[in-house]
Design a protein. Structure first.
Lengths: 428, 535
């Protein structure tokens, strides 16, 4: 993502360490800033970026997925540099992280609990971790599509303060899945009445690969929950087994649900990574009418939009699925270097504060504390405050084993080769 | 870093910084500059299209110390040994990922970052675009309209080879997805019949890569009226002024495949240099330069665009997630030869029941079906399924015996009119000799197979009654068994209509490798469309 240059241009030290700042479109400004840059460079030299007279910069290698957004933020980078830490991001999906070798890594930062648990299962020792924030899973869409869904009785707008156009809709997942299962196309649910465009494509959600990503896996658990009559698959009692359903083999409730859910995902064909990347690009609406993203990505975008253009991006709107799923990224240390980072994430108020500014819901003390600060920040920046889960319905996630089986079934994922992973030396 | 005492004028802006570094170097506190600018050379397997970014790579090297050594090679899925490459930079990584997935190995998926985007579009000669638009209500062209014009011989196009070029492959998947018209990704059953015969009949130019295709087109502009390629390549071609007349860019309204030119890290050991390169390429100012130089669309939202890159690109089509589907598609599309028209068109033998029970409504239905296949059907499916130029059609009218027979090779509207009047003029007979007719069909097939062994051939047997004259089914099967293998393998697609014996027709289909379709539940037109392109 092209980073927001504002915070860092005010920060001479970053200006020098990042050539990006020198090559902006305002040469005069740059020339004016050169003395500053010089000062900054000297400051860096003094603080010992690589000269190491006094203090050394530690580079921490971390595999992470969408939560690399946090470590890519120039302000976070600046805050970490104050502590002598630079994070080198290796980008791949959370579940991909969990199923691949972690050799050479200091930390990993899967975007949700299922992948985090998988990773921790593989560790031979107890590890330090930090769970600095949470964020709900959401569906990013565009105004015309949201209105189409509203007219179809599937989505309901949240009231915007001041009566303006809302940025947020609540999405009835049960009804939404009915559209998908009914093979409806956007034109078939009267998209053309809400737009000057037409779309003969089927109603579907674009996700990243279920084999690779936390978002897609979590979305699967919502689908499974809804398809399984609002209970997590694998938790039902025998009463739920369809008596004597064909074949004689005892039916496996988890696989039954996986079978139901599979077409809802596979309909999209090949999954594409970086959903948020394409959603926020200018071609976003063409690439996918509905994309699976995280709330923090949307809120950050809206705040940036306000800052840059003085108004909300009213074309892009969110659908909050009901039942909803909250994701909890976990920063897992794999060694001493990593321990420093997890400790910092737990203890440093500025880093947590910055997380709010990036759209995350940060736990401070009480449970209720997570949203208030974020809401205040959004209000301050004139971005509509969402109500992520008005009716308090939560999709209970299946247990890890059941979820893994559903994911593997739906995605036909390559075998996770546990044998290789038991010892970290095993594979490359 | 290489000390550049005399940097080129456009780089003047960086001089102070460069000087500063040199100064510091001189001050012997050298690591400050070299540490961050540790020089790395990375070998990149790149799509030939990306030769246009080459001039910017020097700046990348100056700014980051990362040198990308590009080796341009047309490859649709990065097949072949990748061992010596650090990075790959294709137009799309979809085919590569499909191939990886097919292998089922738990190989680490390479880190991959989209750098630029460009949709696969059609560039049309102005006059042709205007003519096509006049025939379409609303004037918004679709792939179906392109296929229709290709089939009736009024549009000749060039497209890169889908086997060798990722652009060609993206184009093929796009057209096929539009042809299937399901609104979702292509599935195996969508490609079990080839709906692109008519479309393909209009292809006159190809190339191993879209570069090659475009070079050929520049030399032989009269050989095609349209090119299917990335929007960026066509805009670049227009801007280069090498064409007598610029091509008009059409974003087909039934959808497109979007390429995102991902930079992929093949050698995980080069992660740091990869990050630097990617971060640089994704910078807003670099994205702007890339856009200006290559006409690809920036990935980030913050780069202002010229009008030509603000055109709506339509809806992205879903890409199939099974290698077998894409492979079947390419197999169907066949070898389009080096250049010039593709391999011979199909030969279809229609055995049509003209027993008296066909009189009236049924006959009207049959006439309508042939008119639809001759270009009257306005639906997308109809435009893809229609008779096309170069296709050979034999119609056998039968009742209690074979009544009449006519063969045409479609060269123009006149041939189709002649065929339609042959079908439409009636002349019914008593009784229904289904198996004698099919026997005659195989006689025609045996002759055709001998004369044109490479021409795809199929038989369509339409009947509305049970066999009550001529050969019995058993006799037919014995005759059929005595045919040469090539003729024996010609599939028969029975169309069940009226009071025909579905069981017997299905047996004949199964015995010959064809498939029965039921026209009673829809129409003859629908049934014929359904089996078009099946072999």
């Amino acid at each position: 993502m092209p980073e927001d240059s504002r915070p860092s241009t005010e920060e001479p030290r970053l200006t020098t360490s990042r050539p990006a700042r020198r090559r902006t479109r305002h040469p005069r400004h740059i020339i004016a800033a050169t003395p500053l840059a010089l000062a900054g460079l000297l400051a860096l030299l003094v603080s010992g970026n690589s000269l190491r007279p006094f203090e050394r910069i530690t580079t921490i290698d971390g595999k992470m997925a969408s939560k690399s957004d946090y470590f890519k933020d120039p302000e976070v980078q600046r805050l970490l540099l104050k502590h002598g830490i630079r994070v080198d991001i290796h980008r791949l999906g959370s579940r991909g992280i969990a199923t691949q070798s972690l050799r050479g890594m200091d930390v990993v930062f899967p975007s949700g609990q299922p992948a985090a648990k998988l990773i921790m299962q593989r560790q031979q020792r107890s590890v330090r971790t930090a769970r600095p924030f949470v964020t709900p899973l959401v569906l990013g869409t565009f105004r015309d599509y949201a209105k189409t869904l509203e007219a179809a009785g599937v989505a309901r707008p949240q009231r915007a303060a001041g009566g303006g156009e809302t940025l947020y809709y609540d999405l009835d997942m049960k009804k939404f899945l009915n559209l998908i299962e009914g093979r409806k196309t956007w034109n078939g649910i009267d998209f053309a009445e809400h737009s000057n465009r037409s779309n003969a494509g089927r109603v579907l959600v674009r996700t990243s690969s279920v084999c690779e990503s936390n978002a897609a896996g979590t979305y699967l658990s919502i689908l499974a929950f809804v398809e399984n009559d609002n209970q997590a698959p694998g938790t039902e009692r025998d009463r739920h087994k369809p008596a004597g359903s064909g074949g004689g083999a005892a039916s496996d409730p988890v696989l039954d649900v996986a079978q139901q859910v599979k077409p809802l995902i596979n309909l999209q064909g090949m999954a594409a990574d970086e959903q948020a990347d394409s959603y926020f690009s200018d071609e976003g609406e063409s690439i996918a009418p509905v994309s699976l993203i995280y709330e923090h990505q949307f809120l950050k975008h809206q705040v940036d939009h306000q800052k840059k253009r003085g108004k909300q991006d009213s074309r892009r709107v969110l659908l909050y699925p009901s039942p909803h799923a909250l994701t909890e990224p976990e920063l897992i240390s794999l060694g001493e270097q990593g321990d420093r980072l997890t400790e910092l994430m737990e203890s440093d108020a500025a880093l947590r504060r910055r997380a709010i500014e990036l759209g995350f819901r940060v736990r401070f003390s009480g449970e209720d504390g997570t949203s208030e600060q974020l809401n205040a920040y959004l209000r301050e920046h004139e971005v509509q405050v969402p109500t992520p889960n008005p009716d308090q319905t939560k999709a209970d996630a299946p247990d890890l084993d059941a979820l893994e089986r559903i994911i593997n079934y739906v995605g036909s994922c390559p075998p996770a080769g546990q044998g290789d992973d038991e010892d970290d030396e095993g594979d490359e | 870093m290489s000390p550049r005492r005399h940097p080129a004028p456009p780089r003047r802006r960086r001089e102070p910084v460069l000087a500063l570094c040199l100064l510091l170097l001189a001050a012997a506190t050298l690591t400050a500059c070299t540490d961050d600018k540790d020089h790395r050379t990375l070998r990149v397997l790149a799509s030939p299209e990306l030769a246009d970014v080459e001039p910017l790579l020097k700046e990348l090297e100056d700014d980051t110390g990362v040198e990308l050594k590009m080796e341009y090679k047309a490859t649709a899925d990065l097949s072949g040994p990748l061992g010596s490459y650090d990075l790959a930079w294709p137009a799309s990584d979809r085919s590569y990922l499909l191939r990886q997935q097919e292998k089922g190995e738990r190989t680490a998926r390479p880190e991959s970052t989209a750098i630029m985007r460009s949709p696969v579009v059609v560039g049309l000669a102005r006059a042709v675009a205007d003519r096509l638009r006049r025939g379409v209500p609303g004037g918004r062209l679709s792939w179906a309209d392109i296929a229709d014009a290709a089939a009736d011989g009024t549009l000749r196009f060039g497209m890169a080879d889908p086997r060798r070029s990722d652009t060609g492959r993206a184009a093929l998947v796009g057209v096929a997805t539009a042809a299937a018209g399901t609104g979702g990704a292509l599935r195996a059953k969508d490609v079990s019949c080839d709906r692109l015969r008519g479309f393909r009949s209009g292809q006159t130019l190809t190339g191993a890569s879209s570069r090659e295709l475009i070079d050929t087109y520049v030399r032989r502009q009269s050989a095609a009226d349209a090119l299917i390629a990335h929007e960026s390549e066509l805009l670049t071609l227009n801007a280069a002024g090498k064409l007598k007349q610029p091509l008009e860019i059409v974003h087909p309204q039934d959808g497109m495949v979007l390429s995102d030119f991902p930079l992929m890290l093949l050698d995980a050991g080069e992660h740091k240099a990869y990050r630097k390169a990617v971060d640089w390429l994704r910078r807003d100012d670099v994205q702007k330069k890339l856009m200006e130089r290559t006409w690809r669309r920036p990935v980030g939202p913050d780069v202002p665009r010229p009008a030509k890159l603000r055109a709506e690109i339509g809806n992205a089509l879903s890409y199939p997630d099974q290698l077998a589907v894409v492979e079947r598609l390419m197999e169907n599309y066949g070898s389009t030869g080096g250049s010039g028209r593709s391999a011979a068109g199909d030969h279809v033998v229609f055995l049509l029941d003209f027993s008296t029970s066909m009189r009236g409504r049924r006959m009207a239905d049959l006439r309508a079906a042939f008119a639809d296949l001759s270009g009257a059907d306005p639906t997308a499916a109809g435009k893809f399924a229609r008779f096309y130029r170069g296709e050979r059609l034999t119609v056998v009218r039968f009742a209690g015996r074979v009544l009449q027979e006519r063969t045409v090779t479609v060269r123009g509207d006149g041939d189709l009119k002649a065929l339609n009047s042959f079908v439409g003029k009636g002349g019914f007979g008593d009784d229904t000799a289904v198996w004698s007719a099919l026997g005659r069909g195989y006689d025609v097939a045996a002759g055709a197979v001998a004369d044109h062994p490479r021409q795809p051939l199929s038989i369509v047997l339409m009947t509305d009654g049970e066999n009550n004259a001529g050969l019995s089914y058993g006799e037919f099967r014995r005759r059929h068994a005595r045919l040469d293998a090539a003729a024996r393998d010609v599939p028969t697609f029975p169309v069940h209509f009226g009071e025909a014996d579905a069981g017997a027709l299905r047996r004949a289909a199964d015995a010959t490798g064809g498939r029965m379709v039921d026209a009673n539940s829809s129409s003859l037109s629908q049934a014929f469309k359904e089996i078009r392109g099946c072999r």
